[in-house]
Write a new protein. Structure first.
Length: 238
């Protein structure tokens, strides 16, 4: 049994988000009376060695986050105006990109409507899965919790899949350094995801990739331009 870690947030729409979160992540627990402005998110993670073996971490994230969000999808509608907002984000990020990245961004822009198909799931997503939000026990090196849900979003499935890169590499001021085995680990991640999800169409697989790429442009495209180009080249042109 893992320990629980708590993170407080204040939102006007806490009740609706709690409903969606409970449906998506069955192991997500909340504390505090209903209606209280401060809400504590608590997520219990089974004990797991950290940082190795990494081949065990990606199935864990799949089972508890990504596949869970797909399999326990909510009927909540996508926020109004979200597609236009995504177009606007890409328009802003596109300024000053080199040709290779511009071509990839244009590809994502053209395919964004895939994410807004009626049968493509909307999911509750962490959206800030950085290394400092994955807590470990210093004495044992085991995962004890995932914290900082204050930036959680309701969006087309896969927009937060860029969080995988936190496990597969390290960001510095000028570069992105991948784990030596990142390609095999990445393949293992996707194999596990599709195994957990079950049979899905090629259109859904492509939609997931478009969502992942959009999430990366959104997350890193607003860095200082030189840094943004370095990160986006490393992550979007694999």
């Amino acid at each position: 049994m893992g320990r629980r870690l708590l993170e407080h947030r204040s939102e006007h729409d806490l009740h609706g988000r709690r409903v969606v979160a409970r449906r998506a992540f069955r192991r997500l627990r909340f504390s505090g009376p209903v209606g209280q402005s401060s809400l504590a998110f608590s997520f219990t993670i089974p004990r797991l060695l950290w940082p190795v073996p990494l081949h065990c971490i990606t199935p864990l994230l799949n089972r508890l986050f990504f596949a869970a969000a797909w399999n326990n999808r909510s009927t909540v509608e996508k926020p109004p105006g979200l597609l236009d907002e995504y177009y606007d984000i890409l328009d802003q990020v596109s300024q000053g990109l080199p040709e290779q990245l511009q071509a990839k961004l244009d590809e994502v822009r053209q395919e964004l409507p895939r994410l807004f198909r009626p049968d493509y799931p909307t999911a509750f997503q962490h959206d800030d899965l950085l290394e400092n939000n994955i807590h470990v026990d210093e004495a044992t090196g085991r995962i004890t919790g995932i914290v900082d849900w204050s930036d959680a979003i309701i969006a087309p499935f896969g927009v937060s899949l860029g969080g995988l890169e936190t496990i597969l590499g390290v960001q510095t001021q000028t570069s992105w350094h991948f784990h030596p085995s990142h390609l095999s680990l990445r393949e293992h991640f996707w194999n596990t995801l599709y195994s957990e999800i079950g049979n899905i169409s090629e259109e859904d697989r492509r939609s997931i990739e478009v969502a992942r790429l959009f999430g990366l442009f959104r997350a890193h495209g607003f860095e200082e331009k030189d840094q943004a180009i370095v990160y986006l080249k490393a992550l979007c042109l694999l």
